[in-house]
Design a protein around this ligand. Structure first.
Ligand code: ATP
Length: 236
């Protein structure tokens, strides 16, 4: 039996009748970080959006724990999925505390559990305590990205979709940010689908890699298969 947490079969997604994803097949397994790479416009964000219910597929199936689902953000969150959107998606005028409060409301965290939930997120990302009462617009890019990730963790997801968390961050900062998430993933068995342009850094925290080109999956392998730069160039 497959231990896929999330999978797609023959998925076709487009905008205004123009297909962007063509018959995609992909599985995200329990307890793995799957890195999805591909050039600009390949369709990576579109895939994540369709998995989370932000874009409706034209055809094909999305399966959560083996069951076909019609994703919508609330339903997917309730079923253990969470999205760290491209571009962070934090409101500059809100403090981190307010962002977390809104995030808990959006994720449907019961009132009685909210204080514990924030404490838990802070235990995963303790650095956030240092800027908890500051407005997101006054934070650095790395701090904003941490807020975006922290917000996505509020629902205690079993499966995290991350859309280019490294954008605008120095490589060292990327590892500081992703290190605690990799630890959490390994200790809890969470699954992560990580979309990245910063391939070298992303592969350090990944178990498996898939390559997408012009809306199609063109390669699957292990991070070590891409140690050689020429192989990476050939796939891109
Ligand atoms: N809302 C939209 N309406 C129309 N076309 C869109 C929309 N969003 C994306 N596209 C188009 O779909 C294609 C795939 O875009 P997508 O953002 O999924 O690619 P990507 O691989 O995530 O690229 P990037 O790395 O630049 O974010 C592109 O041609 C893009 O212009």
């Amino acid at each position: 039996m497959s231990d896929a947490v999330l999978s797609v079969r023959d998925l076709v997604v487009g905008y205004g009748g123009r297909p962007v994803l063509n018959n995609i097949d992909l599985s995200l397994n329990a307890n793995e970080v799957l890195c999805l790479i591909g050039h600009n416009g390949a369709g990576k964000s579109t895939l994540l959006k369709s998995l989370f219910g932000l874009v409706a597929p034209e055809s094909g199936a999305i399966l959560l724990n083996g069951e076909a689902v019609t994703p919508d953000p609330r339903g997917m969150t309730a079923n253990g999925l969470s999205l760290v959107p491209e571009g962070r998606g934090v409101f500059p005028g809100m403090t981190v505390a307010e962002t977390m409060k809104l995030g808990m409301w959006a994720a449907g965290v019961p009132e009685a559990e909210r204080a514990d939930r924030v404490d838990w997120v802070m235990s995963v990302l303790p650095v956030m305590k240092q800027f908890y009462d500051r407005r997101a617009g006054n934070l650095s890019g790395g701090q904003q990205q941490m807020v975006s990730i922290g917000r996505a963790l509020l629902s205690k997801p079993r499966c995290l979709l991350m859309d280019e968390p490294s954008i605008g961050l120095a490589p060292k900062l990327f590892q500081d940010l992703l290190g605690p998430i990799r630890e959490l993933q390994q200790s809890t068995g969470m699954s992560i689908l990580l979309v990245e342009q910063n391939v070298r850094e992303a592969l350090k925290v990944s178990d498996r890699v898939v390559v997408m080109k012009s809306g199609e999956m063109t390669w699957e392998g292990l991070p070590s298969d891409l140690d050689d730069n020429s192989k990476l160039m050939e796939l891109y």
